[in-house]
Design a protein around this ligand. Structure first.
Ligand code: NAD
Length: 250
């Protein structure tokens, strides 16, 4: 299937590695140009070299409003429009209610919810100039069922879904919006988290009906499809990529 991505440009955030990188990879493989961002110049350079000529990067900390404003200003000074935005950021830290401080909550609020608000607000004018603009918010299976010891994710990611569902009415019919919810995808971060214990991996595998963690290459192309003009009638949707882990009826 041709996703019709040639000559289109996508902004993929937090993409020096992991899920963001897998989305940038999939978009480039389909002929799109991508702009990636992250906090570390060296990692971004490495990622961009690996992605090839269709990729470029900007340094930005997504938990900072001014960084996002500068990022989009820089993009706007180079190109007239973008065709899509993949909203992604680092995960908020783990912790239980008893352990998390007000400061942890405030930092997670900026990183997880406000980054999505700022990115959406700042890029709207660039998206509106595309003939097929779309936004895809990357969240987590935690929006469907809470994950132990991840209170900040469980509490704040559903707010991104609430915004996405609201924007599905407010931005229609001009801009399509959707959300994607990974379960366990074997990125560097998950590898690091699980390095401590083989039994954690085994325990997760037994809970996933497909019997294993997902691979980044099983995530990126699904996102590329949802961002592409081929998905032109998918709007306001929330898609799990979790190997069947979520077992609720709705
Ligand atoms: P990762 O650590 O492999 O990659 C995260 C990327 O985000 C890196 O490029 C990092 O530099 C960048 N980043 C972190 N904080 C940033 C900031 N403030 N500003 C700019 N860039 C920043 O993680 P991942 O596995 O790719 O996960 C990406 C997101 O998806 C995280 O929020 C994670 O919690 C969430 N998630 C991941 C999974 C999974 O299975 N991998 C499942 C559910 C949710």
């Amino acid at each position: 299937m041709d996703l019709n991505l040639k000559d289109r440009t996508y902004l993929v955030t937090a993409a020096s590695r992991g899920l963001g990188f897998s989305v940038a990879r999939a978009l480039v493989d389909e002929g799109a140009e991508v702009i990636i961002c992250g906090r570390n110049k060296d990692s971004l350079k490495k990622a961009t070299t690996s992605l090839g000529e269709l990729a470029q990067y900007f340094v930005a900390d997504l938990s900072k409003k001014d960084d996002i404003k500068a990022l989009v200003k820089n993009i706007g000074s180079q190109i007239l429009h973008i065709d899509g935005l993949f909203v992604n950021a680092g995960g908020p830290p783990p912790g239980t209610f008893a352990k998390l401080t007000d400061n942890d909550w405030k930092k997670a609020f900026d990183l997880t919810l406000m980054s999505a608000v700022w990115l959406t607000r700042e890029t709207l004018h660039l998206l509106k100039k595309s003939d097929s603009p779309s936004i895809l918010y990357s969240t987590s299976i935690s929006v469907k069922q809470p994950i132990d010891n991840l209170l900040l994710s469980n509490a704040l990611r559903p707010a991104v879904i609430g915004m996405m569902r609201t924007l599905a009415r407010e931005l229609a019919p001009d801009i399509r919006v959707n959300a994607i919810c990974p379960g366990y995808i074997y990125t560097e971060r998950v590898e690091e988290l699980m390095a401590a214990s083989e039994s954690v991996v085994e325990n997760i595998n037994t809970r996933i009906p497909l019997g294993r963690l997902g691979k980044p290459e099983e995530f990126g192309p699904v996102c590329a499809f949802l961002l592409s003009p081929i998905a032109s009638y998918i709007h306001g949707a929330l898609l799990l990529v979790d190997g069947g882990l979520y077992q609720g009826m709705m």
